[in-house]
Design a protein around this ligand. Structure first.
Ligand code: C5P
Length: 228
């Protein structure tokens, strides 16, 4: 059964916490991204974990293996349950991240490491220096990363089916939009039901929930759609 993660992308900590309070007990996972992390600092992770959320820290790490390895270890110490890196960091970087996550294991629990393939905001011909389509590129990277030991990949719901068929990786899909919702800056979008039917393990939804007049109601509607 796929799990829902709400992306708490807010310019102010209080607005983020207000929405988290509204979603507490409804959505099990929340995502802290660059905006929230840079504004509020690592303490926001602990605050959300204390509220009962499992926290996905989405910093999309891309650096030399040593730096990424230490960043993953620091995230694990801070109570993070999922962290992201870029598959484009290559085998050594991805392996270093995974080793750090495994070394941080406590009572068999450790953060999952997901590698970003192609951002869901990329449309055709928009990836600098890359001739293949985002879908083809995402599949190609996922097939490579399948042998690097990471837990899963971040991809759009449009390519999740082929990735799940050709790899043994978990799939985490942003770019989720209920039918008729504004795409915003996303390009490769699909509905919650399409993503679940295609085999996604985690769905990341931000604005359709956080900018709704009733975030709890919007989250419940998405959870219902996911359940089929
Ligand atoms: O508001 P929206 O539903 O578009 O938010 C999607 C979230 O997923 C954002 O926090 C964004 O940073 C994240 N994300 C993404 N595409 C990726 C990886 C992460 O949209 N490839």
């Amino acid at each position: 059964m796929a799990q829902l993660i709400v992306a708490l992308d807010f310019p102010e900590k209080e607005a983020l916490l207000d929405t988290a309070r509204a979603l507490k007990g409804i959505v099990p996972w929340c995502k802290v991204g660059l905006e929230a992390f840079i504004l509020s600092g690592p303490s926001i992770v602990a605050q959300l974990a204390d509220m009962g959320f499992k926290v996905f820290l989405d910093l999309k790490l891309y650096d030399i293996p040593n730096t990424v390895s230490h960043a993953v270890a620091a995230g694990a110490r801070n109570g993070v349950s999922i962290m992201t890196i870029h598959c484009q960091g290559g085998k050594k970087m991805c392996t270093a991240a995974m080793e750090a996550a495994e070394a941080a294991s406590v009572n068999g629990e450790r953060p999952y490491i997901f590698g970003v393939t192609a951002l869901t905001s990329f449309g055709p011909c928009e990836m600098p220096g890359i001739a293949s389509t985002p879908q083809d590129f995402a599949l190609q990277l996922a097939r490579s990363a399948d042998g690097w030991g990471i837990d899963g990949v971040v991809c759009s719901g449009l390519e999740v089916k082929s990735i799940k068929m050709q790899t043994s990786l978990l799939a985490l899909c942003p770019g989720i939009r209920p039918a008729g919702a504004d795409k915003n800056d996303q390009a490769r979008v699909c509905t919650p039901l399409q993503a679940v039917k295609s085999g996604a393990d985690f769905l990341v939804v931000g604005r359709p929930i956080t900018r709704a007049a009733d975030p709890a109601g919007a989250a419940k509607a998405i959870l219902e759609e996911m359940a089929g």
